[in-house]
Design a protein around this ligand. Structure first.
Ligand code: NDP
Ligand code: HSE
Length: 337
């Protein structure tokens, strides 16, 4: 039996989901993969905060609000990073990789859009990997799929719904005409979809971070950030939604990145904006918290993936998958599989 020691940075919706899955799948991990995931330390902002809700079976003595405690918590094989924002998340992860040579699994798309390339280089220098499936489209396996497609396909365009909260709100505004925007947003937060500060969700900035990650993966580069128009859903009123419904149309918040050739030069053109679609459009039927990503390639045409774009278990489960993939690859490398 291999024991893998890991730390979790951030213990909200996603971080607690990782702990719960590790508990729920403990026997399967042992029996099928001969591995035990040991959580050595968990970082939050204020470990002494009164009334903190913790998952059943969690040892509260693992909580700390000092990164020094995490760094000193013995050998660490993997860091699960599920904090909010680029900093101090990136500095913490970087320090852990530098000190422990650990693998990284992150859900933090703001951090990864900005520092992903540097982080992958740093981890690579230590012979380790970075898993970031959870950064884009929650439980929809778009990163793995693009990584695989890229082995042979030339990707020309990636387009889709990348934020679960906005799709949930737009769906709810149409199906519950009397319900207020505030009540719907509060429901999205209670379900663990929306960020604690939902500005990035509704302004389109969350989808922007995800789109930059997809651009980098699909085309090897991100477009210049200031050149990407980002329009949120704030201007979509109940009246506009009702008007669209009367025309058998629906609002979708669509992020798109495309490789185009202009004057002989290849260029990435990206945008994030609400779009009115009719029943013939591929995104018309994507409802509630679901995300969808349509990938255009030379050999395949268009391949569309759809599924839950946010929430505790869709997100945390793909992080545990990233981790387990690394464990299996390391076993193969060491010949102990
Ligand atoms: P939460 O707000 O529920 O949890 C965030 C956690 O991070 C909290 O435990 C918080 O501490 C901790 N934290 C935040 N800032 C710091 C800091 N400076 N130092 C130490 N700890 C800190 O967020 P989620 O779990 O929903 O999301 C986590 C990450 O995953 C985000 O980057 C989010 O964008 C991403 N994500 C979320 C998804 C979702 O469906 N919720 C889906 C995909 C990605 P404390 O508990 O003390 O407040
Ligand atoms: N707040 C994000 C969303 C979480 O609603 O899509 C998933 O990244």
């Amino acid at each position: 039996m291999q024991s893998v020691r890991a730390v979790i940075l951030g213990f909200g919706t996603v971080g607690q989901g990782i702990f719960n899955i590790a508990q729920q799948r403990r026997a399967e991990l042992r029996e099928q993969h001969q591995v035990e995931l040991v959580i050595a330390k968990v970082l939050v902002t204020d470990a002494a905060r009164a009334g903190r809700a913790l998952p059943e079976g969690f040892d509260a003595s693992l909580l700390t609000d000092k990164i020094e405690d995490v760094l000193a918590s013995g050998p660490i094989d993997t860091v699960f990073e599920c904090m909010v924002g680029a900093q101090p998340a990136y500095d913490h992860v970087r320090a852990l990789v530098q000190q422990h040579g650990c693998a990284v699994v992150t859900a933090n798309k703001v951090m990864f859009a900005k520092h992903g390339a540097a982080l992958r280089e740093l981890a690579g220098a230590a012979g380790r990997q970075v898993g970031y499936e959870a950064c884009v489209a929650g439980g929809v396996p778009v990163i793995k799929t693009l990584q695989n497609m890229k082995l042979v396909q030339h990707i020309t365009k990636v387009e889709g719904i990348l934020n679960g909260t906005t799709n949930f709100i737009l769906t709810s505004m149409r199906t519950n005409p009397g319900k207020s925007y505030e009540a719907t947003l509060a429901e999205a937060q209670a379900k663990g979809y929306a960020e604690a500060d939902p500005y990035n969700d509704v302004s389109g900035m969350d989808a922007f971070s995800k789109l930059m990650i997809l651009s980098e993966l699909a085309f090897g580069a991100q477009p210049a950030w200031p050149e990407v128009p980002v329009v949120g859903i704030q201007e979509i009123t109940a009246a506009k939604v009702a008007e669209a419904s009367a025309q058998q149309q629906r609002y979708r918040h669509v992020a798109s990145t495309e490789l185009v050739t202009e004057g002989g030069q290849r260029k990435i053109v990206a945008s994030i904006r609400p779009l009115l679609v009719d029943a013939q459009h591929a995104l018309y039927a994507v409802e509630d918290v679901h995300n969808a990503v349509a990938v255009s390639t030379d050999y395949l045409g268009v391949v569309t993936l759809m599924g839950p774009g946010a929430g505790m278990y869709p997100t945390a489960s793909v992080m545990v998958e990233d981790w387990l993939t690394f464990v299996q690859q390391n076993k193969l490398k060491s010949g102990s599989a």
